[in-house]
Design a protein around this ligand. Sequence first.
Ligand SMILES: NC(=O)c1ccc[n+]([C@@H]2O[C@H](COP(=O)([O-])OP(=O)(O)OC[C@H]3O[C@@H](n4cnc5c(N)ncnc54)[C@H](O)[C@@H]3O)[C@@H](O)[C@H]2O)c1
Length: 451
Amino acid sequence: MRVTMIGAGYVGLVSGACFADFGHQVVCVDKDAAKVAALNRGEIPIFEPGLAELVDANVRQGRLEFAAASDRIGEAEAVFIAVGTPSRRGDGHADLTYVYDAVREIAPQLSPAAVVVTKSTVPVGTGDEIERILRAARPDAEIQVVSNPEFLREGAAIQDFKHPDRIVVGTDDARARAVLAAIYRPLYLNAPPIIYVNRRTAELIKYAANAFLATKITFINEIADLCEQVGADIQDVARGMGLDNRIGGKFLHAGPGFGGSCFPKDTSALLKTAHDHGVALRIVESVAAVNEQRKRAMARKVVAALDGSVRGKTIAVLGLTFKPNTDDTRESPAIPLITALQDLGATVRGYDPAGMEQAKPQLPAVVYCNSAYSAVEGADAVVIATEWEQFRALDLARLKRVMARPVIVDLRNIYGADEMKRANFRYVAVGRPASIEAVPGPRSQNERSSA
Ligand SMILES: NC(=O)c1ccc[n+]([C@@H]2O[C@H](COP(=O)([O-])OP(=O)(O)OC[C@H]3O[C@@H](n4cnc5c(N)ncnc54)[C@H](O)[C@@H]3O)[C@@H](O)[C@H]2O)c1
């Protein structure tokens, strides 16, 4: 099959590379000429495990190409739209400018029998508007518009794309279903269910799934708050709940609130769609509000761990991305946490294995460091904001030698209070017993270097 992917971001690049790996002939088109030039030099603009190798192999085998504009869209049997759908400034609706611009750009070139597939996450009814634009621009053609939402997770994107739990195809047209079936046929060996539904249903499945996952996270975060007040341990509560098959253990990890490029904007867009149709989604409304407050409120944990004030103190924040194994800092909980700490008078030193360049425009006043150990130098507390593997086994003795005070605020619950107690750290986690031994006053630079 000949496939064109419009947009070579997280979704477009991963989907394009995987389709090429299935054996299809793929051109990824992106209007960002610098991104395309980098891809053509063999540079991958995003951090995604395994992606560089996959792109390289498929480019070498002649199945994957990149272009800033393509005059070959007319050859494609399927054209996927994978451009961004961020929150619209001011009202929180999905901003569909990129989607509609892309549709207008491809319209004149499409083959008369092309199938246009929306992979971007778009509100219910967007497919109808795309169809209207295409019919007006191409009255000669029998172009079909299909919704095929994407469920991959950054950090595990290739695995998710190649081993999906399900593939959702939204169209009533038999020919379009056959084209999508042929594109995904290489996955049949893994037997993922393909769900054929109407287009509006497919569009809503994506939002309903993301809103449900966001709800699960927010639910466990609130139960974690209760654990802290009643002396229970959220890890054990979540395990005790999650072993019930009806609930499942995934997305029951308490933390600083959800972030990333999808959940915040998708819950907001779903609420706007519901309001427009006179439906109150009160659970999703609460989820969005509770999560928004939570991110900044995490700064209070740091303040409490430092006996009531961070003014004039230095805080090391480990992890700036919204989750590990990505360089994406969009809506990362680390950002409001850090700005809150800075507003309260703290100096923040930061380190992230992949996300520092992305964080810099949003957090210009952070002192960026080149390792976790250099970030904690002289710090009055270290905050673990993202659970990167390399933060899971920090050398506590070394930390203690270089920090001004031995204080750890673990917002991802990757350590245990007992081991922190043994190492004489003051330790504060989320929804779990803290180890709040009295902490000695700050040690001077001389004391630290002679330790
Ligand atoms: N990132 C994720 O984990 C994820 C997962 C599932 C679904 N989605 C959805 O997929 C869509 C894309 O998300 P993303 O994270 O890949 O976005 P992104 O911002 O990483 O990439 C979008 C790309 O589209 C390009 N683009 C915009 N307009 C264009 C045009 N007219 N022609 C060609 N290229 C154009 C941009 O230059 C950019 O490179 C969104 O709707 C998102 O909600 C994202």
